[in-house]
Design a protein around this ligand. Structure first.
Ligand code: 9WN
Length: 464
């Protein structure tokens, strides 16, 4: 009994130290000159879109003025079509500090009039998880920030509806594997390697990968074949001035209806309903309710994979669906909209996803650390390679909230406890080996710190 008590006290003490460490990491990665926090001072020296949303969420319980500044600076880089680019470049660091940098994207020149003239950016986007950050800030007593952010969030979410949702499917497509944030997910293998054969890459200009020289083991990073294709897709988009209509009509080298991205857009629409209601914008709330509903119906119709029992991805170019036991396929747990015409199906499918979360493949039997990005036993599982198996704190955070929303409180707590254990043992690393708990990637990683703080260090309980 005494032993248990001491263990409990030791764990509390560790968490206390880690809370302080989380605040310190965010502070060290903060750059006053751009008013935002870098994902990592070494590996990622610019501002990333979905990182910013997670960081601002964490800052809501640490430093509200930084939380607001993060989002303001990111949305200063918003394009006139509503797109928020996945990177807003930091002019303070040399061009050679990150690949592909400003010279590769050339946003202000290639997308003149649409991309901002005063901030260089990438030409692709990220999942719209910023609504959650704005709600956290509002809940910390800053309702006026919702007013301020409304037009910018509305432009972003409308961009997905107007520019990225072809009427025939009603689904949102991604046009680069970096867009959903899970760069070398095994779900990209078919569209990338079958869709873009080596022969298409003959004229690719030479480039230097900076990520292989930043102290991270190259075995943890995506392959050369992946980078070649990532650069090729970037250059094809740039040639077309990043014009959405033109890219779509010319034919995109890579275009996928991805379950993870679509699930986060549905969740973004749901949070826009919440924000609109709080701001007494009833017509806007209704519009977002309809968008969430119709996207959820399209997901039930086109993305569910009965054989695997998860949501899959549909390749725009081949109309083929691929599914894997990857967190991508579990992501529809994050939203509650049922899609009224498919509500019964959706209920059954959620139950199947929950049984997968409880299964050994996703570390449900206490055999490993939930949630691996790819289930053990899947052919391309690697416990240390990026998005092909390791546990990431942001996907755990999103899924823990989703599980709680589905009423699976025990599973939600188990996923949160896993994040807590991994960070308590090793600190603010980028990702973790689900089999051994070993840390990988860069250290001093901002979203790990921010979401750890949001989950375990603030006074108010999290997902209630
Ligand atoms: C490419 C910044 C970003 C994250 C992504 C993560 C990684 C970039 C890279 O780092 O991607 O965008 O250079 O590998 O995969 O999710 O936003 O932390």
């Amino acid at each position: 009994m005494l032993g248990l008590l001491l263990l409990g006290l030791a764990a509390r003490a560790a968490a206390g130290d880690r809370c302080e460490e989380a605040r310190r990491v965010l502070d060290e990665n903060w750059r006053e000159s751009i008013g935002s926090t870098l994902p990592s001072s070494s590996l990622y020296p610019h501002q990333w879109s979905w990182d910013t949303a997670f960081i601002a969420t964490g800052h809501a319980s640490i430093n509200i003025s930084r939380a607001k500044s993060e989002l303001r600076r990111l949305f200063d880089a918003q394009w006139s079509n509503g797109m928020v680019p996945h990177i807003a470049f930091n002019p303070e660091v040399p061009a050679t500090s990150y690949f592909p940098g400003v010279d590769w994207w050339k946003s202000s020149e290639a997308a003149r009039g649409v991309a901002p003239a005063d901030i260089e950016t990438s030409g692709i986007t990220n999942p719209p998880v910023h609504t959650a950050a704005v709600l956290r800030i509002a809940d910390a007593g800053h309702r006026d920030f919702m007013e301020e952010m409304w037009p910018k969030l509305d432009a972003l979410l409308s961009y997905f509806h107007n520019e990225r949702t072809p009427a025939e499917t009603g689904l949102v497509y991604v046009r680069h594997p970096w867009e959903n944030g899970m760069d070398n997910s095994p779900l990209w293998d078919v569209p990338l390697y079958e869709g873009i054969p080596n022969s298409s890459l003959a004229d690719l200009p030479p480039y230097n990968r900076t990520d292989l020289h930043k102290g991270v083991d190259p075995r943890d990073r995506p392959s050369q074949a992946f980078y070649d294709r990532a650069v090729y897709i970037l250059l094809e988009a740039r040639k077309r001035g990043y014009d959405e209509r033109r890219m779509w009509h010319d034919g995109l080298p890579f275009a996928v209806y991805d379950s993870f991205f679509n699930a986060l857009v549905v969740r973004g629409y749901e949070e826009m309903v919440e924000i609109a209601e709080r701001l007494d914008r009833s017509a806007d709330a209704e519009r977002y309710r309809e968008w969430a509903e119709s996207l959820a119906v399209s997901m039930e119709k086109l993305l569910w994979d009965e054989e695997k029992g998860v949501y899959g991805n549909l390749d725009v170019n081949t109309n083929k669906r691929t599914a894997a036991l990857h967190v991508t396929g579990l992501a529809p747990l994050v939203y509650v909209t049922r899609g009224s015409s498919c509500a019964a199906k959706r209920r059954l499918r959620v139950q199947r996803l929950l049984s997968l979360v409880r299964s050994g493949g996703f570390c449900g039997q206490g055999t490993c650390r939930p949630l691996p990005t790819l289930a053990r036993g899947e052919p391309s599982f690697s416990s240390r390679n990026y998005w092909r198996g390791p546990v990431w704190i942001n996907t755990n955070w999103l899924l823990a909230a989703g599980l709680a929303r589905q009423g699976a409180e025990e599973e939600s707590q188990r996923v949160l406890a896993s994040s807590r254990g991994l960070v308590d043992e090793s600190g603010m690393h980028e990702y973790f080996d689900p089999l051994t708990g070993a840390p990988h990637g860069t250290d001093g990683f901002s979203w790990t710190a921010a979401l750890y703080h949001d989950s375990f260090c603030r006074q108010v309980p999290v997902f209630v």
